[in-house]
Structures are given as structure tokens and as C-alpha cells.
Design a protein around this ligand. Structure first.
Ligand code: IPE
Ligand code: MG
Length: 228
């Protein structure tokens, strides 16, 4: 979700106004995904690098998260959303950490849409914590054991990754999980990412041929003939 700050600056507003508008966009996006039958939505809300921003912006982002925990969870509950917070929680305040646990517990039984909010997340952090956990347990490091130890082990790898705001970078998001992901870059700033923009991304995705290392000819053949 990139472009909140620019959206605000272009309107002579403080950056936090962009983050607030971005929160409205996210609420709408969750609803749209549910309506479209998408089963998993994962968003990058705060990266491990975002701590380098000015202290007042960091604290506004923390306040927005704390406010959302109070306000939005009943709405997510009504929409059948199962919430997960993904990332290193250790530097967050006790109050926020308790709020994350509570929000996850309240929504744990919901099945319509799994909604992962990556907060103080980094792809390298995730790979490192997974490897460290395996090493601490004395387990062998294999692709399967790493998959099981990653912070997104509860969902399949993403099919489509959308980055808004015109940048064409991964910025330390889903490094492990994006191995076969389709990328879609939108020049729209996140606060402007509406239903039409989402549907354009989904239509673009629907046209892609996903070969997972195979050839087009293999994909055209019946399943039984595809092996090796
Ligand atoms: C993304 O918007 C939201 C967060 C990182 C929290 P930005 O804040 O990166 O917006 P720009 O890139 O400065 O416009
Ligand atoms: Mg940005």
C-alpha cells in the first residue's frame, strides 16, 4: 500500500491525513476482496525499515493501528474476516500487543477471508526467524521445514502481488513467498486504489499464463501427461 504520503502532500495536507485516507481504502479493499471470492489478502502496513521515518509519523502510524484495533474489529467480524498480524511484535507497546492478540482471538473462527496485516514485517526478518527457529529446535533446514516455520505458514503462497504508488520494487515484502507470484504495478496512489483499480489488476492477472517452470505446451496437455 504505497503512496499515502504523496496523496496528502499533493493536497497540502500532513502525511498522516494520507495514512488515514489509506485506512479507508484498506477497509473498502477488504470488503471488495470478500465480495469477489478472494480467500486471502495480505497487506504491507509497516515495514521493519519504516522506523527510520520521522518520530511523529511513526507514532501517528502506531496510533492509527491502536485506533483500528478498537474500532474495526467488529466490522471485520461481521464480514467473516480472520485477522492475522505478521511481523516482529517485540518493539510494539504492551497495549498494542495485547490488542493484536485479542483481535486475532476474536476473529479466529471466521472463514470467508483470511486477512494478514504485515506490521513491523520484513521478508529477510521472516526468513531469518524461520531458520533460527529450526536451528534452535535442531531441525534440518529444508524447503518444507522452512515453509512450515515462516510467519505466513497458515496460507498458501500469493498468486498476485499488487504494488501501488508507481514504484517497481519489492521493498523486502514476501521475499520467500513471492517465488512464483505474478506482479502488478499500479501508478495509482494507495488512497485512490478503488474497486475499478482492483478489478483492472484482477483482469490483468486473469490473462497471465502461469507455467511454474513448465512450458506452454505442457500446460495445454491433460494433467496426466504433464509430469516430467
Ligand atoms: C505507504 O505510504 C504507507 C506506509 C508505509 C505506512 P507512504 O507513506 O510510503 O507514501 P509515500 O510513498 O510517501 O507517498
Ligand atoms: Mg512510500
Amino acid at each position: 500500500m504505497d503512496g499515502n504520503g504523496r496523496w496528502a502532500t499533493r493536497r497540502y495536507l500532513p502525511r498522516v491525513a494520507g495514512h488515514k485516507r489509506g485506512m479507508d481504502t484498506l477497509r473498502n479493499c477488504v470488503r471488495l476482496c470478500g465480495e469477489r471470492g478472494i480467500r486471502v489478502l495480505t497487506v504491507f502496513a509497516f515495514s521493519s525499515e519504516n522506523w527510520k521515518r520521522p518520530a511523529d509519523e511513526v507514532s501517528s502510524l502506531m496510533d492509527l493501528l491502536a485506533g483500528a484495533l478498537g474500532r474495526e474489529v467488529s466490522l471485520l467480524q461481521a464480514e467473516g474476516v480472520q485477522l492475522h498480524f505478521v511481523g516482529d511484535r517485540s518493539p510494539l507497546s504492551d497495549k498494542i500487543r495485547a490488542g493484536l492478540v485479542q483481535a486475532e482471538a476474536v476473529t479466529a473462527g471466521n472463514q470467508r477471508l483470511i486477512f494478514n496485516i504485515c506490521f513491523n514485517y520484513g521478508g529477510r526478518w521472516d526468513i531469518t526467524q524461520a531458520a533460527a527457529a529450526l536451528a534452535a529446535r535442531g531441525e534440518a533446514i529444508t524447503e518444507a521445514s522452512m515453509n512450515a516455520a515462516m510467519s505466513l505458514a497458515h496460507v498458501p503462497d500469493p498468486d498476485l502481488l499488487i504494488r501501488t504508488g508507481g514504484e517497481r520494487r519489492l521493498s523486502n515484502f514476501l521475499l520467500w513467498q513471492a517465488a512464483y507470484c505474478e506482479f502488478y504495478f499500479s501508478d495509482k496512489l494507495w488512497p485512490e486504489f478503488d474497486a475499478q483499480a482492483l478489478d483492472e489488476a484482477l483482469a490483468d492477472f486473469a490473462q497471465r499464463e502461469r507455467r511454474f517452470g513448465r512450458t506452454s505446451e505442457q500446460l495445454a496437455a491433460p494433467e496426466s501427461k504433464r509430469a516430467a
